[in-house]
Ligand binder design. Structure first.
Ligand SMILES: Cc1cc2nc3c(=O)[nH]c(=O)nc-3n(C[C@H](O)[C@H](O)[C@H](O)COP(=O)(O)O)c2cc1C
Length: 360
Protein backbone atom coordinates (compact mmCIF):
# COMPACT_ATOMS: atom_id res chain seq x y z
CA UNK A 1 0.00 0.00 0.00
CA UNK A 2 1.39 3.41 -1.00
CA UNK A 3 2.20 6.12 1.54
CA UNK A 4 -0.87 8.23 0.84
CA UNK A 5 -3.20 5.18 0.93
CA UNK A 6 -1.69 4.13 4.25
CA UNK A 7 -2.16 7.61 5.72
CA UNK A 8 -5.78 7.83 4.49
CA UNK A 9 -6.49 4.48 6.06
CA UNK A 10 -4.95 5.51 9.39
CA UNK A 11 -7.02 8.74 9.38
CA UNK A 12 -10.23 6.79 8.87
CA UNK A 13 -9.27 4.18 11.51
CA UNK A 14 -8.46 6.89 14.06
CA UNK A 15 -11.77 8.65 13.29
CA UNK A 16 -13.70 5.41 13.70
CA UNK A 17 -11.99 4.26 16.88
CA UNK A 18 -11.03 7.36 18.87
CA UNK A 19 -12.60 10.48 20.22
CA UNK A 20 -11.47 12.95 17.56
CA UNK A 21 -13.93 15.75 18.17
CA UNK A 22 -13.24 19.00 19.95
CA UNK A 23 -13.64 18.64 23.69
CA UNK A 24 -14.89 22.03 24.85
CA UNK A 25 -15.19 24.15 21.70
CA UNK A 26 -18.65 23.65 20.25
CA UNK A 27 -19.96 24.79 16.86
CA UNK A 28 -22.09 27.22 18.88
CA UNK A 29 -25.61 26.11 17.97
CA UNK A 30 -26.57 25.51 21.62
CA UNK A 31 -26.46 29.29 22.04
CA UNK A 32 -28.57 30.05 18.97
CA UNK A 33 -32.28 29.82 19.71
CA UNK A 34 -35.32 29.82 17.49
CA UNK A 35 -38.44 31.57 18.77
CA UNK A 36 -41.13 28.92 19.09
CA UNK A 37 -44.31 29.49 17.08
CA UNK A 38 -47.30 27.96 18.87
CA UNK A 39 -49.48 28.63 15.81
CA UNK A 40 -47.33 27.56 12.85
CA UNK A 41 -50.27 27.56 10.37
CA UNK A 42 -48.59 24.88 8.21
CA UNK A 43 -48.80 21.11 7.88
CA UNK A 44 -45.81 19.23 9.34
CA UNK A 45 -46.15 16.58 6.63
CA UNK A 46 -45.79 19.18 3.91
CA UNK A 47 -42.62 20.86 5.17
CA UNK A 48 -40.42 21.08 2.09
CA UNK A 49 -36.65 20.54 2.26
CA UNK A 50 -36.03 20.79 -1.48
CA UNK A 51 -33.42 23.15 -2.79
CA UNK A 52 -31.10 23.61 -5.72
CA UNK A 53 -27.34 23.96 -5.47
CA UNK A 54 -24.87 24.80 -8.25
CA UNK A 55 -27.59 24.13 -10.81
CA UNK A 56 -28.73 20.73 -9.50
CA UNK A 57 -31.90 19.87 -7.60
CA UNK A 58 -31.51 18.34 -4.13
CA UNK A 59 -34.31 16.77 -2.09
CA UNK A 60 -32.68 18.04 1.12
CA UNK A 61 -29.94 20.62 1.81
CA UNK A 62 -27.41 18.03 2.98
CA UNK A 63 -23.91 17.30 1.67
CA UNK A 64 -22.08 14.16 2.75
CA UNK A 65 -18.75 15.89 3.29
CA UNK A 66 -15.55 14.67 1.60
CA UNK A 67 -13.80 11.97 3.60
CA UNK A 68 -12.38 8.96 1.92
CA UNK A 69 -11.03 6.93 -1.00
CA UNK A 70 -7.53 5.83 -1.95
CA UNK A 71 -7.71 2.29 -0.55
CA UNK A 72 -10.12 -0.64 -0.62
CA UNK A 73 -12.10 -0.01 2.57
CA UNK A 74 -12.39 3.68 1.55
CA UNK A 75 -14.02 2.50 -1.68
CA UNK A 76 -16.57 0.49 0.29
CA UNK A 77 -17.40 3.47 2.51
CA UNK A 78 -17.73 5.72 -0.55
CA UNK A 79 -20.11 3.24 -2.21
CA UNK A 80 -22.34 3.00 0.88
CA UNK A 81 -22.50 6.78 1.27
CA UNK A 82 -23.04 7.44 -2.44
CA UNK A 83 -25.95 4.96 -2.57
CA UNK A 84 -27.65 6.75 0.30
CA UNK A 85 -26.99 10.15 -1.30
CA UNK A 86 -28.71 8.91 -4.46
CA UNK A 87 -31.63 7.42 -2.53
CA UNK A 88 -32.29 10.61 -0.52
CA UNK A 89 -31.37 13.18 -3.19
CA UNK A 90 -28.37 14.56 -1.24
CA UNK A 91 -25.00 15.87 -2.44
CA UNK A 92 -21.92 13.70 -2.00
CA UNK A 93 -18.21 14.49 -1.85
CA UNK A 94 -15.36 11.99 -2.18
CA UNK A 95 -12.20 12.47 -0.10
CA UNK A 96 -8.98 13.95 -1.42
CA UNK A 97 -8.11 12.31 -4.74
CA UNK A 98 -4.39 13.00 -4.40
CA UNK A 99 -3.67 9.28 -3.92
CA UNK A 100 -5.21 8.45 -7.33
CA UNK A 101 -3.54 11.40 -9.06
CA UNK A 102 -0.25 9.81 -8.00
CA UNK A 103 -1.33 6.21 -8.58
CA UNK A 104 -4.09 5.78 -11.20
CA UNK A 105 -4.74 2.21 -9.99
CA UNK A 106 -6.58 3.81 -7.07
CA UNK A 107 -9.07 5.70 -9.24
CA UNK A 108 -11.78 3.10 -8.74
CA UNK A 109 -11.80 3.75 -4.97
CA UNK A 110 -13.42 7.13 -5.72
CA UNK A 111 -15.67 6.16 -8.64
CA UNK A 112 -19.27 6.02 -7.43
CA UNK A 113 -21.17 7.45 -10.41
CA UNK A 114 -22.53 4.02 -11.28
CA UNK A 115 -24.50 3.88 -8.01
CA UNK A 116 -25.23 7.61 -7.90
CA UNK A 117 -26.22 8.53 -11.47
CA UNK A 118 -28.20 11.67 -10.58
CA UNK A 119 -26.34 12.74 -7.43
CA UNK A 120 -24.53 16.08 -7.20
CA UNK A 121 -21.05 14.60 -7.01
CA UNK A 122 -18.11 16.65 -5.77
CA UNK A 123 -14.42 15.94 -6.48
CA UNK A 124 -11.80 16.95 -3.90
CA UNK A 125 -8.15 18.01 -3.73
CA UNK A 126 -6.07 19.98 -1.22
CA UNK A 127 -4.71 23.44 -1.99
CA UNK A 128 -1.31 22.91 -0.42
CA UNK A 129 -0.27 20.19 -2.87
CA UNK A 130 -0.95 22.34 -5.91
CA UNK A 131 1.74 23.69 -8.14
CA UNK A 132 1.73 25.20 -11.59
CA UNK A 133 0.22 21.89 -12.80
CA UNK A 134 -2.85 22.48 -10.66
CA UNK A 135 -5.38 22.93 -13.46
CA UNK A 136 -4.36 19.70 -15.14
CA UNK A 137 -4.66 17.77 -11.85
CA UNK A 138 -7.98 19.40 -11.03
CA UNK A 139 -9.35 18.35 -14.44
CA UNK A 140 -8.14 14.80 -13.85
CA UNK A 141 -9.85 14.67 -10.43
CA UNK A 142 -13.12 15.85 -11.98
CA UNK A 143 -12.99 13.46 -14.94
CA UNK A 144 -11.98 10.55 -12.70
CA UNK A 145 -15.37 10.56 -10.95
CA UNK A 146 -17.54 12.39 -13.51
CA UNK A 147 -18.05 15.17 -10.95
CA UNK A 148 -20.48 18.09 -11.05
CA UNK A 149 -18.20 20.31 -8.98
CA UNK A 150 -14.75 20.35 -7.39
CA UNK A 151 -14.01 21.22 -3.80
CA UNK A 152 -10.59 22.45 -2.83
CA UNK A 153 -9.70 22.10 0.83
CA UNK A 154 -7.63 24.50 2.89
CA UNK A 155 -6.02 22.85 5.94
CA UNK A 156 -3.04 24.91 7.11
CA UNK A 157 -3.28 23.57 10.67
CA UNK A 158 -3.13 19.91 9.66
CA UNK A 159 -0.35 20.51 7.15
CA UNK A 160 1.88 21.73 9.99
CA UNK A 161 1.08 18.91 12.38
CA UNK A 162 1.12 15.89 10.07
CA UNK A 163 4.61 14.58 9.32
CA UNK A 164 3.86 14.34 5.57
CA UNK A 165 2.46 17.90 5.56
CA UNK A 166 3.27 20.66 3.09
CA UNK A 167 2.74 23.83 5.11
CA UNK A 168 3.83 26.26 2.40
CA UNK A 169 0.84 28.41 1.51
CA UNK A 170 2.73 30.91 -0.64
CA UNK A 171 0.89 31.31 -3.92
CA UNK A 172 -2.12 29.28 -2.75
CA UNK A 173 -4.66 31.91 -3.78
CA UNK A 174 -3.01 32.21 -7.21
CA UNK A 175 -3.21 28.43 -7.72
CA UNK A 176 -6.81 28.51 -6.58
CA UNK A 177 -7.60 31.29 -9.09
CA UNK A 178 -5.99 29.31 -11.92
CA UNK A 179 -8.04 26.24 -11.06
CA UNK A 180 -11.31 28.20 -10.96
CA UNK A 181 -10.50 29.74 -14.35
CA UNK A 182 -9.39 26.48 -15.96
CA UNK A 183 -11.37 23.56 -14.59
CA UNK A 184 -14.65 24.35 -16.33
CA UNK A 185 -16.89 23.43 -13.38
CA UNK A 186 -18.00 25.20 -10.19
CA UNK A 187 -15.31 25.22 -7.50
CA UNK A 188 -16.16 25.06 -3.80
CA UNK A 189 -13.54 26.34 -1.35
CA UNK A 190 -13.64 24.50 1.97
CA UNK A 191 -11.81 24.31 5.27
CA UNK A 192 -11.52 21.09 7.23
CA UNK A 193 -12.66 22.08 10.72
CA UNK A 194 -11.01 25.40 11.60
CA UNK A 195 -13.36 27.71 9.68
CA UNK A 196 -13.21 30.39 6.99
CA UNK A 197 -13.58 34.02 8.03
CA UNK A 198 -15.34 36.70 5.99
CA UNK A 199 -12.11 38.25 4.63
CA UNK A 200 -10.79 34.91 3.36
CA UNK A 201 -14.21 34.08 1.90
CA UNK A 202 -14.24 37.35 -0.06
CA UNK A 203 -10.74 36.65 -1.44
CA UNK A 204 -11.79 33.15 -2.51
CA UNK A 205 -14.92 34.43 -4.21
CA UNK A 206 -12.97 37.16 -6.02
CA UNK A 207 -10.62 34.39 -7.18
CA UNK A 208 -13.55 32.50 -8.67
CA UNK A 209 -15.08 30.26 -5.95
CA UNK A 210 -18.69 29.33 -6.74
CA UNK A 211 -19.46 28.38 -3.12
CA UNK A 212 -17.80 28.46 0.31
CA UNK A 213 -17.94 25.53 2.76
CA UNK A 214 -16.91 27.14 6.04
CA UNK A 215 -16.12 23.84 7.82
CA UNK A 216 -15.74 25.53 11.18
CA UNK A 217 -14.65 24.45 14.65
CA UNK A 218 -16.69 22.35 17.04
CA UNK A 219 -16.70 18.95 15.34
CA UNK A 220 -13.84 16.78 14.09
CA UNK A 221 -10.47 18.21 15.11
CA UNK A 222 -7.67 17.49 12.62
CA UNK A 223 -5.14 18.62 15.19
CA UNK A 224 -6.78 15.96 17.36
CA UNK A 225 -6.62 13.28 14.65
CA UNK A 226 -2.91 13.93 14.11
CA UNK A 227 -2.27 13.85 17.88
CA UNK A 228 -4.07 10.51 18.20
CA UNK A 229 -2.10 9.22 15.21
CA UNK A 230 0.96 9.90 17.35
CA UNK A 231 2.52 12.25 14.84
CA UNK A 232 5.94 13.53 15.90
CA UNK A 233 4.36 16.96 16.27
CA UNK A 234 1.58 15.68 18.54
CA UNK A 235 2.52 18.35 21.12
CA UNK A 236 1.29 20.98 18.64
CA UNK A 237 -1.84 18.95 18.02
CA UNK A 238 -2.68 18.87 21.71
CA UNK A 239 -2.26 22.63 22.11
CA UNK A 240 -4.24 23.43 18.95
CA UNK A 241 -6.89 20.69 19.36
CA UNK A 242 -9.63 23.32 19.87
CA UNK A 243 -8.36 25.85 17.31
CA UNK A 244 -10.73 27.55 14.94
CA UNK A 245 -13.79 29.73 14.41
CA UNK A 246 -16.99 28.06 15.69
CA UNK A 247 -19.18 26.95 12.80
CA UNK A 248 -22.15 29.13 13.79
CA UNK A 249 -19.89 32.20 13.71
CA UNK A 250 -18.23 31.55 10.35
CA UNK A 251 -21.53 30.55 8.77
CA UNK A 252 -23.13 33.83 9.83
CA UNK A 253 -20.19 36.04 8.89
CA UNK A 254 -19.46 34.43 5.53
CA UNK A 255 -23.14 34.37 4.52
CA UNK A 256 -23.26 38.11 5.17
CA UNK A 257 -20.07 38.81 3.21
CA UNK A 258 -20.37 36.95 -0.08
CA UNK A 259 -23.14 36.45 -2.60
CA UNK A 260 -22.28 32.84 -3.52
CA UNK A 261 -23.94 29.90 -1.70
CA UNK A 262 -22.56 28.91 1.70
CA UNK A 263 -22.23 25.42 3.14
CA UNK A 264 -22.16 25.13 6.93
CA UNK A 265 -20.13 22.17 8.19
CA UNK A 266 -18.03 21.28 11.20
CA UNK A 267 -19.87 19.74 14.15
CA UNK A 268 -23.34 19.63 12.54
CA UNK A 269 -24.78 16.71 14.49
CA UNK A 270 -28.57 17.05 14.30
CA UNK A 271 -31.25 18.36 12.01
CA UNK A 272 -31.83 21.07 14.61
CA UNK A 273 -28.19 22.23 14.22
CA UNK A 274 -28.77 22.17 10.45
CA UNK A 275 -31.94 24.28 10.68
CA UNK A 276 -30.09 26.83 12.82
CA UNK A 277 -27.21 26.95 10.32
CA UNK A 278 -29.66 27.66 7.51
CA UNK A 279 -31.42 30.34 9.55
CA UNK A 280 -27.96 31.91 10.06
CA UNK A 281 -27.52 32.10 6.28
CA UNK A 282 -26.25 28.74 5.02
CA UNK A 283 -27.71 27.21 1.84
CA UNK A 284 -26.56 23.66 2.60
CA UNK A 285 -25.09 21.82 5.55
CA UNK A 286 -22.27 19.27 5.42
CA UNK A 287 -21.75 16.33 7.77
CA UNK A 288 -18.63 14.14 7.93
CA UNK A 289 -17.74 12.14 11.07
CA UNK A 290 -21.19 10.80 12.11
CA UNK A 291 -21.81 9.56 8.55
CA UNK A 292 -18.41 7.88 8.38
CA UNK A 293 -19.25 6.01 11.58
CA UNK A 294 -22.67 5.00 10.27
CA UNK A 295 -21.18 3.92 6.92
CA UNK A 296 -18.82 1.58 8.78
CA UNK A 297 -21.95 -0.19 10.09
CA UNK A 298 -23.54 -0.43 6.66
CA UNK A 299 -26.15 1.18 4.45
CA UNK A 300 -29.14 0.69 6.79
CA UNK A 301 -27.39 2.57 9.59
CA UNK A 302 -26.68 5.52 7.27
CA UNK A 303 -30.28 5.53 6.04
CA UNK A 304 -31.64 5.59 9.60
CA UNK A 305 -29.28 8.42 10.54
CA UNK A 306 -30.30 10.50 7.50
CA UNK A 307 -34.02 9.88 8.08
CA UNK A 308 -33.77 10.99 11.69
CA UNK A 309 -31.71 14.05 10.71
CA UNK A 310 -34.24 15.16 8.08
CA UNK A 311 -37.14 14.64 10.49
CA UNK A 312 -35.40 16.89 13.01
CA UNK A 313 -34.94 19.55 10.34
CA UNK A 314 -38.61 19.34 9.39
CA UNK A 315 -39.68 19.62 13.02
CA UNK A 316 -37.55 22.73 13.57
CA UNK A 317 -39.12 24.22 10.44
CA UNK A 318 -42.66 23.31 11.53
CA UNK A 319 -42.14 24.87 14.97
CA UNK A 320 -40.88 28.11 13.43
CA UNK A 321 -43.72 28.26 10.91
CA UNK A 322 -41.34 27.68 7.98
CA UNK A 323 -42.94 25.68 5.14
CA UNK A 324 -39.70 25.79 3.10
CA UNK A 325 -36.02 26.72 3.33
CA UNK A 326 -36.59 30.22 1.96
CA UNK A 327 -38.86 30.97 4.92
CA UNK A 328 -36.48 29.29 7.37
CA UNK A 329 -33.77 31.75 6.31
CA UNK A 330 -35.94 34.64 7.49
CA UNK A 331 -37.01 33.48 10.96
CA UNK A 332 -35.81 35.47 13.98
CA UNK A 333 -33.05 34.07 16.17
CA UNK A 334 -31.81 34.79 19.68
CA UNK A 335 -28.08 34.54 20.33
CA UNK A 336 -26.81 34.16 23.89
CA UNK A 337 -23.60 33.79 25.89
CA UNK A 338 -20.25 33.21 24.21
CA UNK A 339 -21.84 33.21 20.75
CA UNK A 340 -23.25 36.64 21.41
CA UNK A 341 -19.69 37.80 22.28
CA UNK A 342 -18.34 36.24 19.07
CA UNK A 343 -21.10 37.82 16.98
CA UNK A 344 -20.47 41.25 18.54
CA UNK A 345 -16.70 40.94 18.11
CA UNK A 346 -17.09 39.94 14.45
CA UNK A 347 -19.71 42.62 13.71
CA UNK A 348 -22.39 40.07 12.80
CA UNK A 349 -25.88 41.51 12.95
CA UNK A 350 -28.87 39.22 13.07
CA UNK A 351 -32.54 40.01 12.90
CA UNK A 352 -33.85 39.71 16.43
CA UNK A 353 -37.55 40.16 15.88
CA UNK A 354 -40.06 39.89 13.10
CA UNK A 355 -43.19 41.97 12.80
CA UNK A 356 -45.96 40.40 14.81
CA UNK A 357 -43.61 39.57 17.69
CA UNK A 358 -43.95 41.36 21.05
CA UNK A 359 -43.82 45.08 20.30
CA UNK A 360 -43.03 44.35 16.65
C1 LIG B 1 -12.11 10.55 8.11
C2 LIG B 1 -12.20 11.93 7.55
C3 LIG B 1 -11.50 12.22 6.39
C4 LIG B 1 -11.56 13.50 5.82
N1 LIG B 1 -10.92 13.74 4.64
C5 LIG B 1 -11.12 14.91 3.99
C6 LIG B 1 -10.62 15.12 2.68
O1 LIG B 1 -9.98 14.25 2.09
N2 LIG B 1 -10.87 16.32 2.08
C7 LIG B 1 -11.59 17.31 2.71
O2 LIG B 1 -11.84 18.35 2.10
N3 LIG B 1 -12.05 17.15 3.96
C8 LIG B 1 -11.85 15.98 4.61
N4 LIG B 1 -12.38 15.78 5.87
C9 LIG B 1 -13.00 16.92 6.56
C10 LIG B 1 -14.51 16.93 6.47
O3 LIG B 1 -14.93 17.05 5.13
C11 LIG B 1 -15.13 18.06 7.34
O4 LIG B 1 -14.75 19.30 6.78
C12 LIG B 1 -14.69 18.02 8.80
O5 LIG B 1 -14.52 16.68 9.24
C13 LIG B 1 -15.69 18.68 9.73
O6 LIG B 1 -16.95 18.05 9.70
P1 LIG B 1 -17.47 17.06 10.88
O7 LIG B 1 -17.31 17.81 12.20
O8 LIG B 1 -18.90 16.78 10.53
O9 LIG B 1 -16.61 15.84 10.84
C14 LIG B 1 -12.33 14.52 6.46
C15 LIG B 1 -13.04 14.20 7.64
C16 LIG B 1 -12.99 12.93 8.19
C17 LIG B 1 -13.77 12.64 9.44
Amino acid sequence: MGNISQRKRTHVDVCLEKDVEMMWTTPGFEEIFFVHEALPEINFDEVDLETSFLGKELRAPLLISPMTGGYEYGRKLNMVLARVAEEFGLAFGVGSQRAAIEDPKLEKTYQVREVAPTTLLVANLGISQFSERGVEEAKRAVEMIDADALSIHLNPLQEVIQPEGQPDYRGALRYFRNICAGVGLPVIAKETGAGINSGVARKLVRAGASAIDVSGAGGTSWAGVETLRESPRAHLGRTFWEWGIPTAVCTAEVARSVSVPVIASGGIRSGLDAAKAIALGADLVGVALPLLRMASRGRKAVERWVERFLQEMRLAMFLTGSPDLKKLKKVPLVVTGKMRDWFLARGIKIKLRKSGGPGG
